[in-house]
Design a protein around this ligand. Structure first.
Ligand code: HEC
Length: 192
């Protein structure tokens, strides 16, 4: 085979290979307790191919952080799935507080780490969430947890430096965001 043909064949094979991998993550996602790779196939079909999930699986970045249009739905998901154990403002209850700079598992200060803990669970009552939330909803719930952060913005390592410069630690009285069931298109929904 000529060299150019070889290169072309190789390119085609690589392309077929990456297509076959489909929705697999470019980042390595592991269970917070066992360190084993997460099996993303366990997540519901729904909510797998939103722009936010695709971006997250490529980069580990959650584009829902501080996205105003998505925060009402994010709030609603947190109230229905998490606040019973973590408290209304994520101040802590049966489960630890999620609104300050202290983490039992330090990796939770990154969005990749937080996603891994939510998807695969941790110890005791913190079960895996892939049965209850789809991946798009996990990213939304994460953005609400980040919104509830009440400590020094310097500790908000999940924000871009631009977002950090304007971020205000959570204050329940300033600009309250009412929870809402609606899922706008920019947040992975089909409605506007
Ligand atoms: C049935 C109670 C319960 C529910 C519901 C629950 N959690 Fe937890 N969560 C816990 C407990 C208990 C722990 C402590 C586990 C540990 O230390 O391993 C925990 C730990 C965590 C941690 C690790 C915190 C740290 O300091 O590193 C995160 C993140 C978390 N939960 C997020 C969530 C989110 C998001 C939801 C909702 C989608 C949720 N949890 C729902 C009980 C719960």
């Amino acid at each position: 085979m000529k060299k150019t043909t070889l290169i072309k064949t190789a390119t085609v094979l690589v392309t077929i290979g990456s297509l076959a991998l489909g929705a697999r993550a470019a980042i390595m996602l592991t269970n917070t307790i066992t360190g084993q790779p997460l099996d993303l196939a366990e997540a519901p079909e729904e909510g797998r191919d939103t722009e936010a999930v695709k971006t997250f699986l490529q980069t580990g970045v959650n584009i829902y952080n501080e996205k105003p249009v998505c925060l009402p739905k994010a709030h609603e998901l947190f109230l229905s799935m998490c606040s019973g154990c973590h408290g209304h403002y994520a101040e802590g209850k049966i489960g630890p507080g999620l609104n300050d700079a202290y983490w039992t598992y330090p990796k939770n200060e990154t969005d990749q780490g937080l996603f891994e803990t939510i998807f695969g669970g941790a110890n005791g009552q913190m079960g895996p969430m892939y049965g209850a939330l789809n991946m798009n909803e996990m990213l939304l719930v994460m953005s609400w947890i980040r919104h509830l952060y009440k400590d020094d913005p310097k500790g908000a390592v999940w924000l871009t430096s631009e977002q950090r410069s304007t971020f205000k630690p959570f204050d329940e009285h300033a600009n309250p965001i009412e929870p809402s069931d609606a899922l706008p298109a920019q947040c992975g929904g089909t409605a506007d």
